[in-house]
Design a protein around this ligand. Structure first.
Ligand code: SF4
Length: 91
């Protein structure tokens, strides 16, 4: 099982550092788009997305992705890891 990622130094460089956190926990699709616009050219977008994926953060917009998009990414990674495991030759 993956350990929670406690390295959050990248957060200080995010485009959202001066934006209300509530913007990143929208209640509808319009709100998600507003948050994504802020994330779009964020210099720490990848670190932010990985943080949310590794820590299984369900809510909010992280790394420019919605909750649904992160679930999809996590599912794809799981399926890929399982396929790699199955194709590994026996020890
Ligand atoms: S990607 Fe978005 S939520 Fe993540 S640090 Fe950048 S602006 Fe903030």
């Amino acid at each position: 099982m993956e350990q929670p990622d406690s390295d959050t130094a990248w957060m200080d460089a995010g485009n959202c550092r001066s934006v209300s956190p509530s913007v990143f926990f929208p209640s509808d699709g319009v709100g998600v788009e507003v948050a994504r616009q802020i994330c779009r050219d964020c210099p720490v977008k990848n670190a932010c997305l990985e943080y949310a994926l590794v820590n299984r953060i369900d809510h909010g917009v992280w790394g420019g992705t919605s909750e649904r998009e992160r679930r999809r990414i996590a599912r794809r990674r799981r399926v890929g890891a399982e396929a790699a495991e199955r194709s590994r030759p026996p020890a």
